[in-house]
Design a protein around this ligand. Sequence first.
Ligand SMILES: NC(=O)C[C@H](N)C(=O)O
Length: 333
Amino acid sequence: MQKTERSRIAILTTGGTIAGEGQSQTGGAYTSAKLGVQQLLEAVPELHDVADITGEEVVSIGSQDMSDEVWLTLAKRINAVLAQDDIDGIVITHGTDTMEETAWFLHLTVHSNKPVVLTGAMRPATARSADGPLNLYNAAVTAASPEAVDRGVMVVMNDTVFGARDVTKMHTSGVDTFQAPNFGPLGYVHDGIVTFQRRPEMHHTMTSEFDVSGLDKLPQVGIVFGYSNCSPLPVNAYVGAGYQGIVHAGLGNGNIHCDVLDALVNASRDGVRVVRSSRANSGSTTMAGEVDDEQYGFIASLHLNPQKARVLLQLALTKTTDRDAIQNYFLTY
Ligand SMILES: NC(=O)C[C@H](N)C(=O)O
């Protein structure tokens, strides 16, 4: 696709290690979300070779503190900015801890085909070989590319472009922490050029039916982790607190310890929607395995990991509580 005019990119900042400051350049303790939007932009003057850039701070937090409220604020702000004729794409700087969840939430709630790219850093801005500046540059290159239109929300880290549905954080500290274990990346960025190899096939952005424009909170959905000798206490606590949904981070192909299974079946029969995901980092919780979802009224998360299954269940519950309809959402998005 040819493009002659200069792209116009809005950079929205939310904090994270990319805006982090430490006392040493070679590692150790640091605090995320310290630098403002101007400091982030000034660190990468080459951004202005890529596009006309505007910057705006949405929040300034470590992404471990991300909340449904911030997601709703972000989605509404992004929809408003992308509705402007004078903006071609958005870059969001974000902490890496929950970047995959925010990207996935936005993939389902932003209704535009313009590129939306999240990026961040594993090393604070003050570190030797800080990865943030090049990640920010590569994110802007991607957001400014006409080739990036209609690929949904993306994460650009470590020269790699990932789809929001596929990407997950796999390493606690490495700069190559983001991977897409089931489906691989969408493309790569090198020398100021983004090259794509595929586009997401499932519904998102323009074809997503989830609309959060009138919402100021989301349904409450909790995650329960499966392990040997585990207890039904967390399931019962969520049910007692009135949660509308529970995602079980199950064993292997979404399997569930017998004590916890009883608690989840009771929850499901009481109308709490239960999604069966897996603590394994790749593969699908398939619809026919050792657990009979139809019998218990459970929903298989398929390739969505627990933290992403939680997001889709929250959005599904804004539309329906019907088990079959929710399973269908997991087959569609
Ligand atoms: N690398 C990072 O950005 C980690 C940080 N705790 C955050 O998610 O905000």
